[in-house]
Structure formats: structure tokens, C-alpha cells
Design a protein around this ligand. Sequence first.
Ligand code: MSP
Length: 507
Amino acid sequence: MTTFYLTTPIYYVNSTPHIGHAYTTIAADILARHHKQRGDETFFLTGTDEHASKVYRVAEEQGLDPKVYVDQIAESWKRLPELVDAEYDFFIRTTDEGHTRFVQDFIQRIYDNGHIYQDVYAGLYCVGCEAFKTEAELVDGKCPEHDTEPEWIEETNYFFRLSSFQKPLLELYGARPDFVLPRFRYNEARSFIEGGLQDFSLSRAGQPWGVPLPWDQSQVVYVWVDALINYLSALTYAREGENLREKFWPEARHLLAKDILRFHCVFWPALLLAAGYDPPKQLFVHGWLQLDGRKISKSLGNVIDPLDLVDVYGSDAVRFWAVRAVQFGQDGNVTLESLHDRYERELGNDLGNLVSRTTAMIARYRNGRIPLSSPGPELAGPIASVQRDVPARLDAYDVTGAIDVIWDLVRALNRYVEQTKPWELAKDEARAAELDRVLYDLADGLRIASVALWAYLPRTAPQILRALGQPEDYAWENIAAGRAVSAEGVEAASPIFPRLEAPTAAA
Ligand code: MSP
């Protein structure tokens, strides 16, 4: 049996989730659901990164003990996957005891393997990035991503000998040309490694919040190291009594946005090698959702709350728009108008109307019974594309390209209605068999589209199958023509995406 292990980044809990975070979670859920449909043994991990200094500072500002603060805010982060119907297998928090224990063990291994030394760090630190910065990385003395001046830090802490991992990393990249996708991100990571690697501080001195170093309790593990380890630690305690690591680690795939490429594509495999573990199988780096050309982010203050969108449009529409509006992998601008437009044009007209019309015609012309017939050739092409191209595209993390293929089938079904004109066939008794076939093809085509759409629209797909009296079985093998059953009692379905007021405020 094939196994599939997928992770999202773990999100900082210094504020509540916005649509940018929802974006990665949605894409991950689509991929995980699709693999479940294919019968793969799937494990989908998401969670929160809680030991950041910025988290500690927010707790302080609110006069709260940091643990009390993170326990409170973690709840709103747990609601994020629920809100967008992401079916994760485990929600990790870096304050979990199982995680902290594993981090200490992991760091100790690196220490014992001789890759850690003590030195003085003097330089700039951006709390927004939770990272040390060189002058060259700043624009007008500020971190370009957070638009803030980094802080000067001078302390004795422990360094990780990243420099000695240049060769092993280049070997890894050489041996695995698909280690990082898309290709231009692979090139970016690789040329960063080729440019020479500098050792970095793996601990912070005098920080009261974090995982203490096992050999020097006055220091805590640098938050990025603590955070990256989650991908492995979760497998050691997510399910009591089960060793998930053996099964899933060799299949580990990480989704992340481009701003955290170096941590994931360079530091993380080096840390794993240093601790004696294998690097993950693959990393997919996606772009940013932007408003007016700027990344949607808390520090830039241009956030869209996914809750507001789900309230109005429903989670399926938000999922659909998120992956359709921007080619997954690229940056792209989003607007509330584009959500409204996709909702109306594609979900409402292309899909919703098709369901209403098809069920209404079955109810009217065949008394609610789907006539059994053998499938005609007209839809064979688009169905074969779904069968073949959707898995291929999703194997390449192309969640945008795969929905395009499914949508081609939805549009082909609409064209089929226009071309065959069932309302005219219905007027002529001599053409009853023809009408049977058309109605069957429509029901069968909608059934196939629903199975394929389930990964994207987990609420809508069951609605359509129920309206057509078809079994709710999402196994990928059901993507084949001629499997619709002859259900009775089909009624004209009410609109699944009812019309809504257009948004008033431009986003
Ligand atoms: N805590 C670190 C990640 C540690 S992973 C070991 C972090 N957290 S974060 O809260 O800033 O979330 C980063 C992730 O959220 C990005 O990698 C991306 O997956 C998602 N996004 C946040 N804003 C986004 C956009 N505007 N657009 C696309 N994705 C966005 O970094």
C-alpha cells in the first residue's frame, strides 16, 4: 500500500489566522483527500508554532503567562482547519510535551555528533521573521518583509555547523532533482547552497520561553529549529502505541510558502542529516496570496479573515476560489470580487444550474427515475482526462491544474445539455431511448464530477450525489463511465449555490 505524509507549516500564534494561512491548509487538504480517494494510507499534519519571541511578547503585552496565552489562542488556530473542512490527522503544538521531549533528544544527537559549538553572536535579529539578518538583506535598514528595523543582539550561544553540510546537501540535490518543486524553487535553494553556507545560532541565551537545551538549561532552542522538528516529532506521539515514523517519514512531503524556503530546503535537511535522520521526500514551495501586490500578512495589516468569507460564501466556495484564483506555486492577487465572481459564474451557473437542470429533467421526463442506458461517446474525452490527468497533476502538487481538468468536464456536461436539447427529445415519443441516454449520461457525468470534486468541495460533492440518488463512495476507481445506478425518487434540486449580494467593500 502506498503511504502519503503531508504537512503544512506550523503557524505562529502571535495573532489569529488569516486567508494566507487558510490557503496552505486548503491546498494540503485537497492533496490529502485525493490520496485517500486513491486508497493511499495518508497522514496529514498541521499545527502551531508557539515558542517564538513574538508570541512571548504578545503574551507579555496582554499581561498573560505565555502558556496561558498560547493555550487560549491555539483554540482559534484549531478552528482554522475545521472552518475550511480540512481533515487533518494530527494537530501539533510545539508546547506539547511529546514534541519538547523529542526536540531535546534531536538536539542532543546533533551535539553528540559534534556539529554544535559555542560562540558569540553579534548581529541583527528580525522578530517578525524570527531570524538573524545580514545588512545585505535589509532595505533602508529595514526587513523588507516586515517593514521593521531588526534588533541588535549580542550573546553567547550555540552554533550549528551548517557550513560543513554544503557538500552533503549538494549531493542530495544532485541525486534528487525533484527534492524541491517547482523547479525554479529547486534552483533557488540549490544556488543558495552553492553560494556557501554560514553556521547559525541554534540557541538563544536568556530567553525565558522555549525548549531548554539539554546540556545548558540557561539557553533555549532557536524557535525555527524547534519548529522544523515538528514534522518528525509528531510521528513519535500522534497515535499512542503506534510507530508512525517508520511508515510515514520516508514519504514526508512539506508544503510551504516561498518566504520560508531556506529554513525548509536548506536548514532542515542539514539538521536531519546532522541528527542522523533521512531528509524528507519532497518539498513544494508555493507563492503568496497578495492584495494590491503585497503579501497578505498580519504585519502589513492587510488581512482577510477566512471566517468572514466562509460565513457568506461557505467553506467550499472559499476552498474553490483559493486554489482557482491563483496558480498554485505562483504569487497572485486576490480580491473579494473575484470570490464573488467565481461563486456566481462557476459554482452557481456551471455546476449549481447543471445539477438543478439535470435533476429537474429526470423528475419531469422520467418521473424521478434515472433511466439505465449505456454511456454515449460524447463525454468520453473529458471523463478520460479526469481519470488520467487529475492524479498526474496532483502528484505534481498542481491543485490549480487539476481543478481545471475537472471543470472541463463540468463545462462539457453543460454543452452536452445545450447540444442534445433534452426538452425537445421529450416532445417526441420515438426518441425516448435517446432521451434516456442523455439523462443517463448527465447523471453519470455529474456523479463522476462529484467524486473528483470531493477533494475540493467536500460539502457539495455529497449533496450532488444525494440529489441523484448515487452512493457516496469517493474511491477514485469510481471515476469511470457507466457506473451510475438507476435511482428512484430524484427531485428537482434547489440551488446548491444560491445567489448572493455582491460584496460592497473592495478588498
Ligand atoms: N512558524 C513559521 C513556520 C514554521 S514551519 C516549521 C511561520 N509561520 S507563519 O504563521 O508565518 O505561517 C507561514 C505560512 O503561512 C507560510 O509558509 C504559508 O504557508 C502561509 N501563509 C501566510 N501568509 C500567506 C500568504 N499571504 N500567501 C500564501 N501563504 C501564506 O512562518
